[in-house]
Design a protein around this ligand. Structure first.
Ligand code: GLN
Length: 283
């Protein structure tokens, strides 16, 4: 059997289990250590039997046990970089890449070329904070998480991607010291009783659930954030598509003088809230 035949056969199987054919292609490419270019050039090559066995056992875990492909290959691409992932962290999502991009734009608009301090609260794999540090050398980034297991993964990513990032073990602000120009967070925001896909259920609960309405972390963060912000500062959140209004109300309650900007993701879902202190985000 050649790679093309194996791909077709596996994708047919994926459809039977209502799984994604693109994920199957990714699994095959990554496990055979080929980039897309090499993969297509080598489609007619024979698959050797030991590889076939290994591939089929991993494919089965994806199709029948709902193990995410990113866990099977051990990494996920985020903002152009491979981030290690494991059962201890949320798999980085594409919406979150947009959060990084928006923060980089806001930095250009409001901080120009200044050196600034940035905190990524609840960093998980480290994807947000590490990407910011890699993209913008003026950002002095700290990343934190309550989960020590997640921080092990994040620290590996800091090392592997050669990022200049400080790692802090902290339950929200508990162990955080100093003041920041930008605090960014994509905390757990799924309502406790929401039913998620089997494959999402394989991700850590501590990274997924955010209380009855899913907004507990936003309130805790906004309520306690002021001492950790410099006079001129920006907060950037990703959130669930139905949480826009309640987050707006938390900001009005705890940071009444702040300027607020809310944006949609590429699927036109209300996904981001930006809060400016002594920064006018409305212009
Ligand atoms: N901040 C991390 C991310 O964006 C982790 C998010 C989480 O675990 N809720 O992927």
């Amino acid at each position: 059997m050649n790679y093309e035949q194996l791909l077709k056969k596996s994708q047919k199987e994926a459809l039977k289990y209502q799984k994604e054919i693109e994920a199957v292609k990714l699994l095959l490419m990554e496990l055979s250590h080929q980039d897309p270019h090499m993969f297509y050039l080598n489609l007619k090559n024979e698959v050797d039997t030991s590889f076939l066995k290994m591939f089929e056992s991993k494919l089965e875990l994806y199709l029948k046990e709902d193990v995410p492909v990113q866990h099977l290959i051990g990494h996920a691409y985020f903002y152009g970089h491979p981030f290690l992932v494991s059962q201890a962290v949320l798999i980085p999502r594409s919406e979150t890449e947009q959060l990084v991009e928006e923060v980089l734009y806001l930095y250009d608009d409001h901080f120009e070329n200044k050196d600034i301090d940035v905190l990524d609260l609840g960093t998980g794999s480290g994807c947000i904070g590490i990407s910011l540090a890699l993209e913008e050398k003026h950002m002095n980034v700290s990343i934190s998480d309550i989960s020590e297991e997640a921080l092990e993964v994040a620290s590996e990513n800091v090392k592997k991607l050669n990022a200049n990032v400080k790692v802090v073990h902290s339950d929200l602000f508990q162990k955080i010291e100093g003041k920041f120009d930008i605090i960014v967070s994509n905390p757990p925001y799924i309502p406790n009783d929401e039913v998620v896909d089997n494959i999402v259920r394989k991700e850590p609960h501590v990274a997924l659930y955010g209380g009855i309405l899913g907004v507990d972390f936003y309130e805790r963060i906004i309520k306690n954030i002021r001492p950790y912000l410099k006079e001129k500062a920006l907060i950037a959140f990703e959130h669930g598509y139905m949480q826009k209004d309640v987050i707006y109300k938390f900001v009005e309650k705890y940071l009444p003088e702040a300027s607020i900007l809310q944006k949609q993701d590429l699927q036109q879902k209300d996904r981001f809230t930006f809060v400016g202190l002594n920064i006018d985000l409305t212009t």
